[in-house]
Design a protein around this ligand. Structure first.
Ligand code: 13P
Length: 334
């Protein structure tokens, strides 16, 4: 394990004012996003859209890394420049989603487990050669009256740790993502309880499987009320409860937290990240509070682009605007 490389990359990804763009939508997910703007998802349309994001001038002031899908890490831009080079030329670190999505967990009621461990060691070696500096694996946890169960949490945590250990062996910083879905009408206390149980289990497995905590990042959800809760907690409470929960569960040696946006409205995502950074110093939170947003960075540029070449400039401006605001929230200055 190249500890020095891992630690340096992890710290660079959460450098001051910067965070990660998640542009690693799988084939099905990007199709759904493109359906929403009536654009056909083809290799070219995906390339044109993502190249617009990656070439947005000045965005490297706020974006430290980009998570790619397998297709994109092998793709060239319109002028033949590899997409990976488009990023590295701007000092942006390319990363790669390595999980293969979720399937139903056997003998469980409505729980999922993430696949993709078979052959992962060889795939990681190739991604390293293709220029990746980090990796991502997403586990999905649903909140309901009956879920998550200890079985669901243990199975997902075990896979996350297997992924993280193999990534570090290959010199790649693992982004460990136990996503707790926002769906449901549960209150913030229930989200707190599930987040606490989940992170205990995840860090237990990471320790058992010898993962170097200084050389990884955690990509969690914030502790929030369910998306359809009658009364939703505001940013101050979200930040307080999230920090309280992490203090119980998240070792101080993990350099940073890169939150997912999870389908929360843009304004609430920004306000919550801002509040977290405003409270961090007083609460003596030892971690960087950064971002690894997909939807919250891409919603506005996707709508502005609408699949038309003449909208590229407007789409890039929309992306720059969201990235700048998110970069400000990452410093508590939005
Ligand atoms: P969202 O920010 O849209 O939740 O996406 C982040 C991500 O990478 C989910 O795996």
């Amino acid at each position: 394990m190249d500890k020095q490389r891992l630690v340096q990359t992890a710290q660079a990804l959460v450098a001051e004012g910067k965070g990660i763009l998640a542009a690693d939508e799988s084939g099905g997910t990007i199709k759904r996003r493109f359906d929403s703007i009536n654009v056909e998802s083809t290799e070219d349309s995906r390339r044109n859209y993502r190249e617009m994001l990656f070439r947005t001038a000045g965005v490297n002031e706020f974006i430290s890394g980009v998570i790619l899908f397998d297709e994109t890490i092998r793709q060239d831009g319109a002028d033949g420049t590899p997409m990976v080079k488009v990023l590295t030329d701007q000092g942006i670190i390319p990363g790669i989603k390595v999980d293969k999505g979720t399937v139903p967990l056997p003998e469980a009621q409505d729980e999922l487990v993430t696949e993709g461990l078979d052959g992962l060691r060889d795939r990681l070696k190739e991604y390293n050669e293709l220029g990746a500096g980090f990796t991502k694996w997403r586990a999905v946890i649903k909140i309901s009256d009956d879920t998550p169960t200890p079985y669901g949490l243990a199975t997902n945590a075990h896979a996350l740790a297997r992924f993280a250990a193999l990534s570090q062996e290959a010199g790649l910083v693992p982004i460990v993502e136990p996503e707790i879905l926002r769906d449901g009408d549960h209150d913030i206390d229930r989200c707190f309880e599930v987040t606490e149980e989940t992170l205990w289990e995840v860090f237990d497995q990471l320790a058992q499987q010898k993962v170097l905590l200084e050389g990884m990042l955690l990509k969690p959800s914030m502790v929030i009320s369910g998306g359809s809760a009658a009364k939703r907690a505001g940013p101050k409470e979200v930040a307080e409860r999230t920090i309280e929960c992490f203090k119980r569960t998240l070792p101080a040696s993990v350099p940073g937290v890169v939150f997912l946006s999870g389908g929360e409205p843009d304004d609430s995502v920004t306000a919550n990240l801002n509040a977290l950074n405003q409270q961090a110093a007083d609460a003596k939170a030892p971690w960087e509070f950064s971002f690894s947003f997909g939807r919250s960075l891409q919603g506005a540029p996707l709508a502005a682009w609408a699949g038309k070449a003449e909208n590229i400039e407007a789409a890039a401006l929309a992306f720059y605007t969201r990235a700048k605001l998110t970069g400000a929230a990452r410093k508590g200055a939005a």
